[in-house]
Design a protein around this ligand. Structure first.
Ligand code: NDP
Length: 320
């Protein structure tokens, strides 16, 4: 495993990490989750990502039970949660958003579900137009001073809101966001490469990037239709199916296949390794509904040295 610093912080995360969205508590029960987390940890993965909204808190319960059962030393891994969408179906106004009330309560609840004393990383899952940024920054600072959170960050915030959070933190001597959690993959590059570019230099922010396979699309599995047991057939994720699948996107995935063939690798490993070429990516968060997928995707590290300048140009042309 490779390890990378989370931006300018001293925290070293595994270059490949593992998240629970859609899978834990839905496609993946406790037995399978145990196998997945055990394999990941055994291969040096030291960051497990979660959120209050994932399967309405059940993903965190499953992860918490399994982590307790596996008895990994607490100092051998990092675990995250994210606050904003709420953990219950149809949340009341006090049960969602980034108010001090919800941020504090959501953290307490995540700690209980994950069965840990502190969250290593805690993210504001989206920006909240109904809460002053001052209130959220102060709440995160409180959680850090209470020892309940070690590093806080944002996820998919507009760049101006992140600048504002840093200004507030600097002027009030509060802890500032250390990392962003954006989508980044061969089909979705703009925000990480262009919009967020000033953040890396100005504040030394790191990124924990999500959907390296664009929900599986970049494995090529959707090239000839939607497999019955795949993510895009899951009830409740019809919106994802609509946004993920298009002729244009499938065309780009097809165009990448000859490049992967030439490298002697799979589309999935190529797509994951490509994310790691960006030095501002601190960790690529993998998703997997099966053990074989995780095993295969961890092999992306072997592809990284093969991605020279010429290969990168061919990849860029394929998805242009
Ligand atoms: P991916 O884009 O890698 O999609 C993972 C899914 O693709 C798997 O669950 C599986 O689905 C399929 N898959 C994975 N590997 C293979 C393979 N080798 N061959 C074929 N199919 C494969 O990542 P995610 O979208 O899951 O994102 C990773 C993590 O990022 C999440 O778990 C979550 O922690 C985080 N995240 C954060 C978000 C945010 O807003 N902050 C939003 C989304 C994710 P299938 O069931 O079809 O087999």
């Amino acid at each position: 495993m490779l390890y990378r610093r989370l931006g300018k912080s001293g925290l070293q995360l595994s270059a490949l990490s593992f998240g629970a969205w859609v899978t834990f508590g839905k496609q993946v029960g406790r037995t399978q989750a145990r196998e997945l987390l055990a394999l990941a940890h055994d291969r040096g993965v030291n960051f497990f990502d979660n959120a209050e909204i994932y399967n309405h808190g059940v993903a965190e319960q499953v992860m918490g039970d399994v982590l307790a059962d596996l008895r990994f030393p607490r100092d051998s891994y990092c675990v995250s949660s994210k606050v904003f969408f709420g953990a219950v179906d149809k949340p009341l106004p006090t049960q969602r958003g980034l108010s001090r009330k919800h941020v504090m309560e959501a953290c307490t609840q995540a700690l209980q579900r994950l069965r840990v004393d502190y969250l290593d990383l805690y993210f504001c899952h989206r920006a909240d137009p109904d809460t002053p940024i001052e209130e959220t920054v102060a709440a995160m600072d409180t959680l850090i001073r209470q020892g309940k959170v070690l590093y806080w960050g944002t996820s998919e915030w507009p760049v101006e809101a992140i600048h504002e959070a840093h200004r507030i933190a600097r002027e009030n001597h509060l802890y500032a966001p250390v990392m962003e959690q954006p989508e980044y993959n061969l089909l979705h590059r703009e925000r990480v490469e262009v919009e967020y570019a000033p953040l890396y230099e100005a504040y030394g922010m790191g990124t924990t990037i999500w959907s390296p396979l664009a929900s599986g699309l970049l494995s090529g599995k959707y090239n000839d239709g939607v497999p019955a047991d795949s993510r895009l057939t899951q009830p409740g994720y019809e919106w994802l199916r609509e946004s993920a699948l298009s002729k244009e996107r499938i065309g780009k995935v097809r165009a990448l296949q000859p490049v992967a063939d030439e490298l002697g690798t799979s589309l999935a490993q190529l797509a994951i390794a490509w994310c790691l070429l960006n030095p501002h990516v601190s960790t690529v968060m993998l998703g997997a509904s099966r053990l074989e997928q995780l095993e295969h995707n961890l092999g992306a590290l072997d592809v990284l040295p093969k991605l020279d300048e010429a290969m990168c140009q061919r990849i860029a042309q394929a998805v242009a």
